[in-house]
Ligand binder design. Structure first.
Ligand code: C5P
Length: 215
């Protein structure tokens, strides 16, 4: 296929404490099923990275599965190596509320530099803390919170991952690796509803919101 969606879903969900996070249900569907359903209409194939044993716990998915690694970065690299698509869209299973318009916007924006991510301008005051105390104010102007989906030319992202592996870099996401490798990433305004389910508080929000979501 020309476009592939890559979903790293192999995390253990330690901060949530309910077993593998991608299998947690929100409004009758697992986080992973929500991600697969949101992305399938936009791509030629969907690939999901799972931890050993997870597949048995899943209802049949409209996706190809790949074994995840010990970090998110490793899981994405395994996904990248399993596809020949020209454009890849990487999306965390942990962000279940993904709308079609944003996916289409990212698939357009990727052509500018080969890399584009959803991100939200920061609305809160930002500070750096030391030992629970306010240490320094971070100038909020021009700060963005980076989300997923992130869309790339596969060749560009694979080169960044392979260099990261050789040189021992790590980043919390794929756009971070592109920047580290000297590339440029377009920021596309995301959505507050794209929040990542990480803590029990996030899960409570997701469950309360799920009934209103028809995306
Ligand atoms: O832990 P966090 O929420 O930042 O993880 C982001 C995404 O990366 C999740 O969807 C998680 O399942 C995935 N992940 C992975 N392989 C790992 C660790 C995390 O696919 N080893």
């Amino acid at each position: 296929g020309r476009r592939a969606a890559l979903i790293p879903a192999a995390g253990s969900g330690e901060r949530l404490g309910l077993g593998p996070k991608a299998l947690v249900e929100v409004g009758g569907l697992t986080l992973l099923e929500r991600a697969v359903r949101a992305l399938s209409p936009h791509v030629d194939e969907v690939l999901v990275a799972l931890a050993p044993g997870m597949e048995r716990a899943l209802p049949p998915l409209n996706a190809r599965t790949v074994l995840g690694g010990s970090s998110r970065q490793e899981s994405v690299l395994n996904l990248l190596r399993a596809t020949e698509a020209e454009v890849v869209l990487v999306h965390d299973a942990a962000r279940p509320f993904l709308g079609a318009a944003l996916v289409e916007g990212l698939l357009e924006a990727v052509h500018e530099t080969g890399a584009a991510t959803a991100a939200l301008p920061c609305a809160d005051t930002l500070v750096r803390a030391h030992g629970g105390r306010w240490a320094a104010l971070v100038d909020r102007e021009n700060t963005w919170a980076v989300q997923t989906p992130q869309v790339f030319s596969r060749e560009l992202l694979l080169a960044a991952h392979e260099r990261a592996l050789r040189e021992g870099w790590s980043a919390t996401d794929d756009a971070g690796l592109i920047v580290r490798a000297g590339g440029e990433v377009r920021l596309v305004p995301g959505d507050a509803r794209l929040f990542k389910v990480t803590t029990p508080g996030d899960l409570a929000l997701a469950r309360a919101f799920a009934g209103t979501w028809d995306g």
